[in-house]
Design a binder for this molecule. Structure first.
Ligand code: C2O
Ligand code: CU
Ligand code: CU
Length: 514
């Protein structure tokens, strides 16, 4: 019997990386399944059966809404490792500790082909949910990986090429929360005071059914925008709180919508974490821009509120959210950049337990740009429109294609620069919009951001998705890890991704190429 790990080590070398990808997909589920039956020596701490399935749930008053959703069953592990959200299409929250071994047996019970991606996690290439690994209805893909990430708010969602937008929209998404000793030592609120909040927008027809894009190209160029803001799958969401401090974990799980988050009363947001976990120390912002795929962790202290009072998290208006300044959007009810409430907070009980905001949250070792193999020559990725399609350096996604600048060596640090051309004057300037750029498999650090017209970014911590408003360019430092193979980078505006604003990068094992 083939041991997949060994198989990867043997064939994952150098130029064989691509081949590994192909062969792994052929072996795919069958081999992994066999491994799960005792061949691989992989003994999971956590073993979960996860399926994507169709169902109906109440969202708005009246008719049930047809959705697609993940449902999980815990086969092995602590009961707290799998938390089902009541009355929500969102998948179960998977909770793991750093260092744990996780097996997830994913079964596709929906009509499309699909595959699951673990957004933000550093996993082997064949565990990452690349679209070449899709499985048809009725089949199972077995994931086995060790959680190598630090504590943080990660998530999972489908990744079939061209269908990620509609599948996530239909309800396929869930949180993957990682904990570790460092996080525990920080002394943040836990349990019922640690609250995940998934922000998404949806549109419904008169029979309460989800409406996706009507199919016109301009809508797809902008990305889907719904007029209902759902939090954890609920409309008109309201969070009951006590007079004490909370940890709020926000995920922008929307297809295209960007949130410019702020407290309604103007008090600053206290940010404690981003995509890849806790910051070194808290930072304050009047507002924070949160692009699709990004996470934001807040410290929210309601101790100075009176019982019975309310506050609100809102999204403030901003410019540049729509193609052509929205002039060509054509009838979007709630454009990107509109002002709207996100959720209410209702202070409903007194509690004396006051906790103080820790001034030290975690240790982050900064990369040194001098260590980058291309320190004087950053790789440049232009986010541009070509022939009425969004591209990266003029290219769109091809299943196994890798351009020269998309090849990187294992365990090396590189500088990558993403460039979203200015929204200057004239027609060309107006032909631009925001792009949240995401890299699979690696958490990176933001080295520099240029062209910024506002103060709504938190670039201090670990990131896997970085928002570029029109006119902005961002340099990041990425350490390509110790897993060889094919990974993706793409715009996390899911309609842009589906139209091909996505490319592969290949992590090559150059040392053992002989
Ligand atoms: Cu969250 Cu490739 O995606
Ligand atoms: Cu990802
Ligand atoms: Cu985009």
């Amino acid at each position: 019997m083939i041991n997949r790990r060994q198989f990867l080590q043997i064939s994952g070398a150098g130029a064989a990386g691509l081949l590994t990808g192909g062969m792994t997909s052929l072996l795919g589920a069958r081999e992994a399944k066999a491994a799960g039956e005792g061949g691989s020596g992989f003994t999971p701490d956590l073993d979960i059966a996860l399926k994507a399935t169709a169902g109906e749930i109440p969202i708005l008053p009246g008719d049930l809404t047809g959705v697609w959703r993940f449902q999980g069953r815990l086969l092995k592990g602590d009961r707290a490792s799998l938390v089902t959200l009541e009355r929500s299409y969102l998948g179960p929250i998977i909770r793991a500790r750093s260092g744990q071994k996780v097996r997830i047996r994913f079964t596709n019970e929906v009509a499309d082909k699909t595959i699951v991606h673990w957004h933000g996690l550093h996993v082997p290439a064949d565990m990452d949910g690349h679209p070449r690994l899709v499985i048809p209805r009725g089949e199972t893909y077995v994931y086995e990986f060790e959680v190598r990430n630090r504590a943080g708010t990660y998530w999972y969602h489908p990744h079939p090429h061209g269908l990620t937008g509609p599948q996530v929209y239909g309800g396929l998404a869930g949180l993957f929360l990682v904990s570790d000793d460092e996080e525990e030592a920080a002394g943040l609120p836990t349990g019922e005071y640690d609250i995940p909040l998934v922000l998404q927008d949806r549109a419904f027809d008169r029979r309460n059914q989800l409406v996706y894009l009507a199919g016109n190209h301009m809508e797809q160029m902008n990305g889907f925008l719904g007029d209902w803001i759902l939090v954890n799958g609920q409309p008109d969401f309201s969070l009951p709180v006590a007079t004490r401090a909370y940890r709020l974990r926000l995920l922008n799980g929307s297809n295209s919508r960007i949130y410019r988050l702020a407290w309604k009363d103007g008090s600053p947001l206290t940010v404690i974490g981003t995509d890849g976990g806790l910051l070194e120390k808290p930072v304050q912002r009047r507002y924070v821009m949160l692009g699709p795929g990004e996470r934001l962790e807040l410290w929210a202290d309601f101790s100075r509120y009176a019982v019975g009072s309310e506050t609100e998290l809102v999204s403030l208006p901003f410019e540049g959210g729509m193609l052509g300044g929205g002039m060509m959007g054509g009838g979007t009810v709630l454009p990107n950049g509109a002002k709207f409430p996100v959720f209410k907070v209702k202070v409903n009980r007194r509690e004396k337990a006051t906790s103080t905001l820790p001034q030290r949250l975690s240790a982050i070792k900064r990369y040194d740009p001098a260590d980058a193999v291309n320190r004087d020559d950053p790789k440049r990725f232009h986010l541009v429109m070509r022939h009425m399609a969004w591209t990266i350096n003029g290219r769109t996604f091809r299943m196994e294609q890798v351009a020269p600048e998309e090849r990187v060596a294992m365990n090396t640090l590189e500088v990558w620069e993403f460039i979203n051309e200015g929204s200057g004057m004239g027609m060309m300037g107006a032909m631009n919009m925001p792009h949240p750029i995401h890299l699979h498999g690696m958490q990176f650090q933001v080295l520099q951001r240029q062209g910024v017209l506002h103060a709504g970014y938190v670039d201090d911590g670990w990131k896997d998705t970085v928002l570029l408003m029109p006119g902005e360019r961002v340099r990041v430092l990425v350490q390509f890890g110790d897993y060889p193979g094919l990974y993706l980078y793409h715009c996390h505006n899911l309609e842009h991704e589906d139209m091909g604003m996505m490319r592969n990068f290949l992590v090559e094992n150059t040392t053992s190429a002989a």
